[in-house]
Ligand binder design. Sequence first.
Ligand code: BDP
Length: 716
Amino acid sequence: MTSLKFVFLLFLISFSALAQKDYKLWLQYDKIANDIISSEYKNNIQGIVSFGNSETSKITIKELENGIVNMLGSKPEINSEINGENNLIIGSHTSLNSELRKILKTDFDKITNESFIIKTINLKNKKQIIISGKNDIAVLYGVFNFLRLIQTHKSIQNLNIADSPKTNIRILNHWDNLDRTVERGYAGFSLWNWQKLPDFIDERYIDYARANASIGINGTVLTNVNANALILTPQYLEKVEALANVFRPYGIKVYLTARFSAPIEIGNLKTADPKDTQVIKWWKDKAAEIYKRIPDFGGFLVKANSEGQPGPQNYGRDHVDGANMLADAVAPFGGVIMWRAFVYSEHDANDRAKQAYAEFQPYDGKFKDNVIVQVKNGAIDFQPREPFHPLFGAMPKTPLMMEFQITQEYLGFSTHLVFLPKLFQEVLESDTYQKGKGSTVAKAIDGTLYQNKLTGIAGVSNIGNDLNWTGHPFAQANWYGFGRLAWNPYLDAETIADEWLRCTFSNNENFIKPVKNMMIESREAVVNYMTPLGLHHIMDTGHHYGPGPWVSDLSRPEWNPTYYHKADKNGIGFDRSKSGTNAVSQYAPEAANLFDNLETCPEKDLLWFHHVSWDYKLKNGQTLWNSLAFKYQEGVDQVAEMQNVWNKSEKYVDSERFNEVKMLLEIQQKEAKWWRDACLLYFQQFSGKELPAGIEKPTQTLEYFKSLKFPFAPGN
Ligand code: BDP
């Protein structure tokens, strides 16, 4: 072989190895270079003893073996009997032998079905580690957690871990269409290759399931909430069944979106009225047909009478009628209905932020037991910052599940580095005061506030068929963090960032510290350069890419950014106080008063709740106008600092991911400036004031920014 060819071959090999890094997400299993750390692990894991024969057990052992071989560089013996000491014993309650069951009896007594146990035990005077749980899926969770201990270089000398998920339904919502476009998707096309299914099983389906199981996600809605009834036809159900078969051993249930008018569209009925006997029968038969194929089918997610989707109101019925009819259809099979509360109407002149609460709160206690109402984190729509949705804590007799958006529709698509667990945590920690102080959103969601049995957290997926799954390497952290918070809504964003960085990149403290800090700051940065001080929904229209505070000509008033910021010569902001739309009254009195009073309203939410004069003095002693300008500038500066941090991390990261992130940060920096300049120039027309010292001069004119058009922005 000529040397040139050889170099080329080497290049190809190293290129594909690197490309794989991006693909491997947080399951890199990099070799541990530090011999001291590595030998501690080797000493403690001399052999693996596996009980259990199920498909899940086989996957579990394969994962463990793969992880250990890669990280420790040698293959532990896999045995069916326990010999000697320092074995890693793997098995569920039913598959373990009676001696081990006895040793773990008190642990088993304390845990739920999905919990895992990782414990150092003494068996006939020999030290062993056991990973167990009540069933094989729980054991799989335990093994992923054990591998994470090694990935993050934690000690495994003396283990005594028992961990249970705090919510039942931990689910991704894919807004994927049957033509493989993804609504608000910025990472390529849909993973689901409907044309090749059911016979062709893409390796990606397996890797997707593996990644989800590793963070405890146990459900996936395959299709867009703006639903297509065809998914419920036999032709497609056969394909759904194939995916369900792939996901099952990983503990992931499949769900579908149900288009309310499906009985008409694919069932040849004249109506979809939920009280019509033929319609009721149609859905019952449809459920039976689905469960025959997929016995553990999870149920339906429904967007009804929202943004043009059909629903019970088309027939003079209400959300309760619609949800309960579907609930009856899936109840015999143990299915659930996730009914969305994302509603607002062009016929309702009321503040959009008030409409979902106004409509749903009176339904409290009226839904069937297997209905859970899915509520977005805020009352408008996945903004960089929103106060928590007033429905949380306000429906004591109705299980509510959280809907977060992992895909960055309003947060710079997959181009901007924004660590969302920080946003999620802020919402989950918010105090609703609905049952007194400490009634946090997390408690409303995990069922502890009102003892709800059905609980859940949904995340609108940011996953597509891009090589790196999520478009931005750091957007993988949002998928990861969502899963971790769905498992435990009390986790801290910093802990999550720390884990993710170690598993994904490196354990080197010189890398972890600054980059973790960069991730944590990134959320406030995006708020600052897009929508500081409580501004919201001022993105350009339709695609929501870039600033568009000037847009005011759309048919529905509440689609116009001007509806939300209400800038005029007197000031800026949406008056939702008692003297405004009184949206504050939808909160418990303590929260309502806090938001209502200009003095106590958190400044981060100021313009969400108040219309404030340009000269109003903020706590920093500066006028609102100056403070707004400083915030926009701060956002730009924060991105510059993120670039700084990243540039210094080059030696800890493979060149491919390093360069990708570097380029993306450059775009983010450009776009942060675009946001700052466009918004400040636009708002300046109303404030009539000079930009304070320290604010960079705008790079272009307002007319220029207004002229920018993006007819092919993705995800729209
Ligand atoms: C909005 C999106 C739209 C979704 C809708 C929803 O712009 O694409 O269909 O929410 O959640 O954020 O139903």
